[in-house]
Write a protein that binds this ligand. Structure first.
Ligand SMILES: [Zn+2]
Ligand SMILES: [Zn+2]
Length: 115
């Protein structure tokens, strides 16, 4: 495991698409949480995606039903994850929405898993 690089300055940087297997997808009631190391600073970042927001895209499922891994993947497939390692990297703008190194990325499932 790579150490959290605290010396990195805050830069808004698009890291592109990462493999979903680098992250852990969990769901609690109607929120899917994505946890994993930031690909840039390696700090542990957790991002929550409430299903209510996603529902506006037209995807629907019963809220009282346990989410399947495939559903979790679908929920986060079009979302952008921002580094939320929680560490105030140098040059972090005042009032920044996400406390981290400024990197952002998307995740997609590895080929062959799910749909
Ligand atoms: Zn980061
Ligand atoms: Zn960090």
């Amino acid at each position: 495991m790579t150490a959290h690089d605290l010396d990195l300055s805050y830069v808004q940087l698009d890291l592109g698409v990462r493999d979903e297997s680098e992250f852990r997808l969990t769901s609690v009631s109607s929120t899917v949480a994505v946890t994993g190391p930031c690909p840039r600073c390696h700090g542990t970042s957790t991002t929550d995606f409430p299903l209510g927001v996603v529902g506006s895209k037209g995807m629907q499922w019963r809220r009282d039903k346990q989410l399947t891994p495939a559903t979790r993947s679908a929920v986060v497939a079009d979302e952008v994850l921002y580094c939320e390692c929680g560490f105030g990297h140098p040059e972090l703008p005042e009032g920044a929405l996400f406390v981290g190194c400024g990197a952002y990325w998307r995740i997609k499932p590895a080929p062959g898993s799910g749909t």
